[in-house]
Write a protein of this length. Structure first.
Length: 691
């Protein structure tokens, strides 16, 4: 439980750091000029004497990073002769762009003839130099590369585009540190995007102060070009349903027509979003603290001895009551020592723990006589650290779902973390109000949704019915509620040599061709009788014999809500999630032949989903399979719960028969052979009577 809990909590932490756009500019760093070049870093004048051996590296890409960028921007002045920009692979110029005038050069790499067809991932560096015999040029500012901005919306649907994401032309001056922009009466500044989906965006805002220098806002879509030109709403545009077609936005452009200066603090996008929460977790908030102001410094860098949560004076009547929760999970700077003060009016429990290498620690609240948290502080250890999250964990909750999703539009980090969780077996998506397709890591995860809101073709339950239930071998399954499956399938591969295993399914199904099944029941402490079954019953584990691929299918079957733990039938216990067994029996081929062998508690065995094991009260190290009036099978080994069948001979107790019993010169079951020992034997899944 603790391992799964920590995994789920780690996924939930993906929400940290969202709500921003990635920085998109890479500024040049000047290398050493070749022998015929000269660079004056103070005046930023580059001069050269010959048209060769004069290059200076201005960008370096050790891992093919140029492929991430779309444009190169360079501004020059004081032109005396042609200069060039070379795209290099080691010492070879793969592409060269020459310029015969000064000024702003904005190179869209996919549109320039020189660069549109080259493999940018193989460019190791970009160099600058002269194109003719001798000359000089002044580089104004710092050349930079731009890659498309990618946008992440936070849980409230807000994303901020930063100042370094803003590009501008020669009619504007802009300081991307202070945000100050000056226009000479014209000019355009833009943000380049990588086909961003704006179908859920509701507002685009340019946050600014100072002169009104902007005339219009234009938004460009890859398929539809400029969507519109907005005048009065140039700073605050309500991007409504009429722009729903805008699914491939490539550029936001503000066009200026007035001389003046304004200061930009950022560009804010607002969208409708889909969020997810794990019902086992609740954020520890300041509102939970009673009787006084609560210090709350999550996400802030704090020094030694700082109070992160609660009352710094540690007064008995001022606390957050955490009763009813099982644990408090804390994340932050790895290695940080934390100090939590509980029940300061009575038992005074002081808990000191260290955040592990992943920046995580868990406080077991159930071990405390009371759960009144008075203060959470850093130790006096000379460190400065940050706590990024404090979440309360409850093992038993009323919701049967792994996650609950709601909203419409952009998938936030919490929603993406839920979908990426391979342990998630169910999602309550009835709160989703706009059609969406969900990419879910666990293919067996069930989604309960309203009609037409989740468009996945399988494992979606609407009004108690799943049109297409498809279960994949090896992944966890759990039905949060009962439902009817119009069509249900489960597929597995049974190795042609391994032929026999255990199986449990949540629905009744007929046996596919070439597959037989047996129920198991104890007849004594060390024996289980196998009896042939004509079909698979829901939640009734069986011993399975077959080969190759097998598909179990059914129509219009009822699926019950999955019970906690194993489901049993006779001697077998079936599981729908990976289950570590420290006691009980699993099918193995041991020193005494094939059978269910007792698990060594020091060497746990994990039983895979849709498999079964024996949980027998026996002191015996081995439980044998005894085939009754049904046709038995020869069993030789097992791999993670899946049996194998071979060409050897066994008696009805599953014991392998020594070859000396038979005439080695003849086929064992050839009627002409000389049999030295009569009886009933099993070979290749067939029962043979030797008289």
């Amino acid at each position: 439980m603790r391992t799964i809990t920590k995994l789920m909590f780690t996924l939930a932490l993906l929400v940290v750091g969202v709500g921003a756009a990635n920085a998109t500019k890479l500024y040049a760093t000047y290398g050493t000029p070749a022998s015929e070049g000269s660079w004056d870093s103070e005046t930023q004048v580059y001069s050269w004497n010959k048209s060769y051996s004069n290059l200076m590296t201005i960008f370096t890409f050790p891992n093919g990073e140029l492929a991430d960028y779309t444009s190169l921007h360079l501004k020059t002045a004081n032109y005396t002769d042609a200069y060039r920009v070379c795209f290099m692979n080691g010492g070879t110029a793969v592409a060269t762009i020459s310029f015969y005038s000064a000024g702003q050069k904005d190179l869209v790499l996919s549109e320039r003839n020189e660069t549109k067809d080259i493999d940018l991932s193989k460019i190791t560096h970009i160099s600058f130099g002269g194109a003719s015999g001798s000359g000089s040029i002044t580089i104004e500012g710092t050349p930079y590369l731009v890659k498309p901005t990618t946008i992440d919306f936070d849980e409230t649907g807000v994303a901020m585009i930063g100042l370094t994401d803003i590009d501008y032309d020669t009619n504007l001056t802009f300081d991307d540190q202070t945000g100050e922009m000056t226009s000479n009466g014209q000019g355009t500044f833009t943000v380049t995007l990588d086909n961003e989906d704006f179908s859920s965006v509701t507002k685009v805002e340019l946050l600014r102060s100072g002169d009104d220098i902007v005339q219009t806002l234009q938004i460009t879509d890859a398929d539809n070009g400029v969507l519109n030109t907005w005048y009065s709403s140039k700073y605050s545009l309500d991007f409504t349903s009429q722009q729903a077609k805008a699914s491939k936005i490539t550029k936001l452009s503000w066009n200026c027509n007035t001389a003046g200066t304004m200061t930009i603090t950022g560009i804010r996008l607002t969208a409708s979003v889909i969020t997810a929460n794990n019902p086992h977790y609740t954020d520890l908030t300041a509102a939970m603290f009673n009787n006084s102001y609560c210090e709350y410094h999550v996400g802030e860098a704090m020094g030694q001895g700082s109070t992160i949560y609660g009352n710094g004076n540690v007064e008995a009547d001022r606390y957050a009551d955490l009763a009813g929760y099982d644990a408090l999970h804390i994340t932050g700077t790895p290695g940080q020592d934390v100090r939590l003060l509980f029940n300061w009016g009575t038992t005074k429990n002081e808990i000191i723990q260290t955040l592990d290498e992943n920046g995580f620690t868990s406080i077991d609240l159930t071990a405390l006589p009371a759960q009144q948290l008075n203060a959470f502080k850093f130790q006096w250890d000379g460190k400065t650290a940050t706590i990024t999250s404090m979440k309360l964990y409850k093992e038993n909750v009323s919701s049967p779902y792994s996650y609950i999703m709601s909203g419409s539009g952009v998938l936030t980090a919490s929603a993406l973390a839920a979908l990426a969780d391979e342990t998630a077996t169910s999602i309550d998506a009835t709160g989703i109000t706009k059609a969406v397709e969900l990419e879910i890591a666990n293919p067996n995860c069930l989604v309960v949704a309203n009609e037409d809101m989740v468009t996945n073709e399988q494992n979606v339950i609407v009004d108690g019915t799943c049109a297409n239930l498809v279960l994949t071998d090896g992944y966890a399954f759990a039905a949060p509620v009962g439902f009817t499956a119009t069509n249900a399938t489960y597929s597995t591969t049974i190795n042609a040599e391994a032929g026999v295993g255990t199986l449990v399914l949540p629905f009744a199904a007929s046996l596919p061709g070439g597959v037989t099944a047996f129920t198991l029941n104890f007849t004594s402490g060390d024996q289980a009788t196998a009896t042939a079954a004509t079909a698979i019953e829901a939640n009734k584990p069986v011993l399975l014999n077959g080969s190759s691929d097998a598909e179990f299918a059914a129509s219009n079957v009822d699926i019950a809500a999955t019970a906690e733990g194993a489901v049993n039938a006779g001697a077998l216990n079936g599981v729908y999630a990976p289950t570590e067994i420290t006691e009980g029996y699993v099918l193995q081929n041991g020193a005494s032949g094939a059978g269910f062998y007792k698990v060594n508690s020091t060497k746990p065995i994990t039983v895979k989903p849709f498999r079964a094991y024996l949980k027998a009260e026996s002191e015996s190290s081995r439980v044998n399979i005894v085939y009754g009036d049904s046709e038995g099978t020869g069993i030789s080994s097992i791999d993670n719960g899946q049996l194998t069948i071979d060409n050897k001979v066994y008696d009805l107790q599953g014991r392998r028969m020594e070859s000396s019993i038979f005439n080695s010169q003849s086929s064992i079951f050839n009627s002409q052979s000389s049999i030295q020992k009569k009886g009933i034997y099993v070979r290749n899944g067939k029962k043979i009577v030797m008289k």
